[in-house]
Design a protein around this ligand. Structure first.
Ligand SMILES: O=P(O)(O)OC[C@H]1O[C@](O)(CO)[C@@H](O)[C@@H]1O
Length: 252
């Protein structure tokens, strides 16, 4: 369940190889995508390898985990903007099959229901990429979110706002709400790859390792998934007990 690689670049290489293997086997796969700094080297490497190996991404469908409420697609801190910057503007994804929640949507409830339904209609997520918040959130599912949750509106915790405040000019600009895929939606993915890198993730990875599968620790739902990997670099593994992680070999 817990696997280690030495550094973020090695994780980016591994995850890219896994994604390309999946796409080659199933060109119309459905990918669940995450944002955040953890994903940046992964998307960078993915773009490089897709171009180098001439991989066809035009038949893929993608669903992003979350979006801030109140930020439009052209706001530089919106996840729409992030995805265009790191992935969608760089590769030939079919625009009409790349889905993100709309942070400016008037009818949030209707949108939430539609988003979970669209995933089911697309056949479900084949591979879900996840980062993790320093409080154990996945997507924006904060501690205490029911495991049975579907796409919903969340009030961001103070911890999450402080963590993500580094991307904004001032704390006043950090949104207070977001739309996120629910934990049930995430759990229904056929495969999950959760990645944590850097010393600022060491404590939460130790907490996750020791935690039971419990709603107080949203990421713990991943531990109950039959096809999940939790991949950490050396820095994020620093507080894990010896032998907790299986060292990963690079995929061929
Ligand atoms: O990778 P980061 O920037 O540490 O963010 C951790 C997680 O929290 C979020 O910011 C909220 O979903 C995700 O984008 C990310 O997976």
């Amino acid at each position: 369940m817990f696997f280690s690689l030495p550094h973020p670049q090695a994780i980016a290489d591994y995850v890219t190889t896994r994604l390309i293997q999946l796409i080659q086997k199933k060109p119309n796969a459905v990918l669940g995508l995450a944002t955040g700094s953890t994903m940046e080297p992964i998307y960078e490497q993915f773009c490089r390898q897709v171009a180098k190996q001439d991989v066809n991404v035009s038949e893929l469908t993608t669903f992003n985990l979350d979006e801030y409420i109140g930020l439009g697609a052209d706001h530089p801190q919106s996840y729409h903007y992030y995805m265009r910057q790191y992935l969608f503007n760089r590769l030939a994804f079919a625009q009409h099959r790349t889905f993100l929640p709309d942070g400016l949507c008037g009818d949030l409830q209707e949108q939430c229901e539609r988003y979970s339904r669209l995933i089911l209609e697309a056949g479900g997520i084949d591979l879900q990429l996840l980062g993790i918040g320093s409080n154990g959130h996945i997507g924006f599912n904060e501690p205490g979110t029911p495991f049975a949750s579907r796409t919903h509106v969340v009030a961001l915790s103070e911890q999450t706002r402080i963590d993500n405040g580094r991307f904004f000019d001032s704390m006043d600009e950090v949104p207070t709400q977001a739309i996120t895929l629910g934990l049930q939606d995430i759990f229904e993915a056929k495969e999950i790859v959760l990645v944590a890198t850097g010393t600022n993730k060491a404590q939460i990875m130790a907490d996750l390792y020791h935690s039971p599968v419990d709603e107080a620790m949203p990421a713990s739902i991943v531990k109950a998934h039959p096809h999940a990997m939790i991949i950490v670099d050396e820095a994020a593994a620093a507080l894990l007990p010896a032998g907790a992680c299986k060292p990963l070999l690079q995929l061929a």
